[in-house]
Design a protein around this ligand. Sequence first.
Ligand code: NAD
Ligand code: UDP
Length: 320
Amino acid sequence: MSNPHAVVTGGAGFVGSHLVDSLLDDDFEVTSLDNFGSGRPENLEHIKSDRFNSVEHDVRNPFPDLDDADYVFHFSSRASPKDFESHAVEIALANSEGTHNALEFARKHDARTILASTSEIYGDPEVHPQNEEYNGNVNLRGPRSPYDESKRFSEALAVAYQEQYDLDIRTVRIFNTYGPRMRPDDGRVIPNFLSQALNREPLTVYGDGTQTRSFCYVSDLLDGIRPFARAEKETAAGEVINLGSTEEIKILTLAETIIDVLDADSDIVFRDLPEDDPKVRRPDISRAKQLLSWEPNVSLESGIKRTLPYFENELGVSID
Ligand code: NAD
Ligand code: UDP
């Protein structure tokens, strides 16, 4: 039998490139579709396998005519709040028109689809921790809404395709994930703090730093996505699961932790809190635990240590 073929949108991005690696490890043929907007060809340069193909493609356009596909992993979307305003239209369309194109492609090939959703669909949550039944508290017209609402629409479209065409679609709501291959200028908090500490600059905490997040190391995320994608149809078709760390931390404590782990001599400075910045975030992962026996096991300190060499190399500076 030939190897299953997975089409990964956003394969040149942070999560997407790790996903490509893991699929190749699992003997898939893999085609990445990416417009190299926030992703980089360098993230795929290490791949020598002849089972891999990288195609420059913008998912806002109908997908290229590939011979076959068994799986579609729809992961293409800028994900940094820094881009939510500067790339608002592209983000909104990548998660609406792009999802439409991904689902039409999956329908044509009768491919199983794994859709990357986000904890952002819960907005500034009033239920804590967030479970999959919670409908969220999103500002429809705020600066984050092109991302949040298009991800919500993406899920709605997935439900529609699942219902109307009986497609096998599985949705992962990803909570803050970090690791090597995040761009140092990505704008998200861990790349910012690591870059600032390595450059001996002050760490910029937005607001008073009492807002919380739960940070998942990328290998833990992949350890959840892999069995979810592979699970029997009866178990997982149409399912939605949260994937993320339950180790909740205040952003000010994160800054202090990074300074400690790196033994850096940076100060902490406070900057304005962006509008609609969620005050708390932590996933309820009971469903993923029950379905997949999954739970993350890389501590924040250990994940930071594993991420550090990549940032040292990217920035050409070392903490020593
Ligand atoms: P990323 O920016 O590193 O990766 C996104 C990839 O999608 C990039 O390679 C980019 O070039 C590509 N892309 C964007 N718009 C495109 C378009 N119109 N056409 C084709 N390609 C396009 O971000 P990431 O953190 O790796 O996020 C990957 C996915 O995971 C996204 O769907 C994101 O919403 C989701 N997610 C990530 C996190 C996280 O913490 N990393 C959290 C929640 C959800
Ligand atoms: N943040 C910060 N300093 C930074 C970047 C981000 O204090 O340099 C805060 C941000 O306001 C938010 C949290 O860190 O409360 C996580 O931000 P990120 O952009 O990584 O992702 P979000 O969870 O907001 O989507």
